[in-house]
Ligand binder design. Structure first.
Ligand code: AOF
Ligand code: ZN
Length: 330
């Protein structure tokens, strides 16, 4: 199952609205017959991918798959039937399918006489697919808000300079996280003022093969020649100031995980609308006193009204002086 999860997590796959799924077929003796994984909406499901590679060797095999085999005809046929037709004797899956349209594969396979077991590493699969599962339940993309700030919560100095707030290790970490999302979102002001590229780049500052969508929201027109409009990745201008409307548009375009990257007013608008699900913050050992606040006014005037977050993960990056804190909104 660990191997199936690793296959499911293969980087650089443009998934769109579909889950990450991996599958390993084992012979009765326990040897790997074939492996497969899902490569995005419309592509064969992980089980079908593995079955196609196994051919006749699938007969009598055990299918180890990270998600309950589907039992519906959507963009492709039902995996429950494909597994039966191939003569698979046993199915071990991790996570039950939270998609009501596709669920029911386990029951159908059992009824047909296949030995079915579930739950092995289910939490790992659920974690891998948390944005997808969130979308099924809430019908909007999962939002991770990222910002870098000094110890006193400033993201730029009074003159607007911000270049050294985050260190190289934290910038690399940001690129890694960007690459796990399907959309990077900023406001038009950020594009006008900072002219960011918003691409995922490697340690040599070269763009990686698969890039998230670069979405810009706001009513300001985007000046020609801005780097976000170059051809290194897809870009999209959402002409709205309403976070819920922007997320609805992105969801209908098949986007499931938004990486919100500022600036302070956009972050405040999302926070006020309760449309932030996770916060990733890089805190630099630096003080500015005055300067641009990482987040604009949230309309909170007393401590009892503070937005409270649950720390989930703390990492010290670089030379032990910068802290990356991951928080979940409660
Ligand atoms: C996948 N890949 O490997 C498996 C999935 O859009 P469709 O018709 O391809 O069906 C998507 C549903 O199928 C998905 O929501 C999930 O419930 C189920 N299983 N989906 O994209 C896979 N095994
Ligand atoms: Zn399927």
């Amino acid at each position: 199952m660990q191997r199936a999860l690793a296959l499911a997590a293969t980087p650089g796959v443009p998934l769109g609205p579909n889950p990450r799924v991996g599958c390993v077929l084992l012979s009765p003796a326990g040897d790997v017959v074939a492996e497969g994984f899902h490569r995005g909406a419309g592509a064969p499901h992980a089980e079908a991918d593995a079955l196609a590679r196994a051919g006749a060797h699938a007969r009598g095999a055990t299918a180890v798959v990270t998600l309950e085999p589907c039992h519906h005809t959507g963009r492709t046929g039902p995996c429950s039937e494909a597994l039966l037709a191939a003569g698979v004797a046993r199915v071990v899956f991790a996570q039950s399918d939270p998609n009501p349209v596709a669920a029911g594969g386990a029951e159908a396979l059992r009824t047909a006489g296949v030995d079915v077991e579930s739950g092995l590493l289910a939490d790992e699969s659920a974690r891998l697919n948390r944005a997808w599962t969130f979308g099924l339940v809430h019908q909007r993309p999962f939002v991770t808000w990222k910002f870098a700030a000094t110890l006193d919560g400033r993201s730029a100095a009074a003159d607007g300079t911000s270049r050294w707030v985050s260190s190289r290790p934290s910038r690399l970490d940001t690129h890694r996280l960007r690459g796990e999302c399907d959309t990077v979102l900023v406001g038009t002001s950020t594009v006008v003022i900072d002219d960011p590229r918003l691409t995922v780049r490697d340690e040599h500052d070269l763009p990686v093969a698969h890039q998230p969508l670069r979405a810009v929201m706001g009513l300001r027109e985007l000046p020609a020649g801005r780097r976000v409009l170059d051809d290194s990745a897809e870009s999209l201008h959402l002409v709205t100031r309403d976070p819920a409307a922007a997320l609805a548009d992105l969801f209908s375009l098949g986007r499931r995980h938004v990486f919100l990257e500022g600036g302070p007013r956009l972050a405040a608008a999302f926070l006020r609308a309760r449309l932030v699900d996770e916060v990733v913050t890089y805190v630099a050992p630096m003080l500015l006193g005055a300067g641009r606040s990482a987040v604009a006014d949230l309309g909170i005037d007393t401590i009892a009204a503070a937005m409270r977050l649950e720390p989930t993960d703390v990492t010290v990056l670089g030379s032990g002086v910068e802290t990356n804190v991951r928080l979940t909104m409660t």
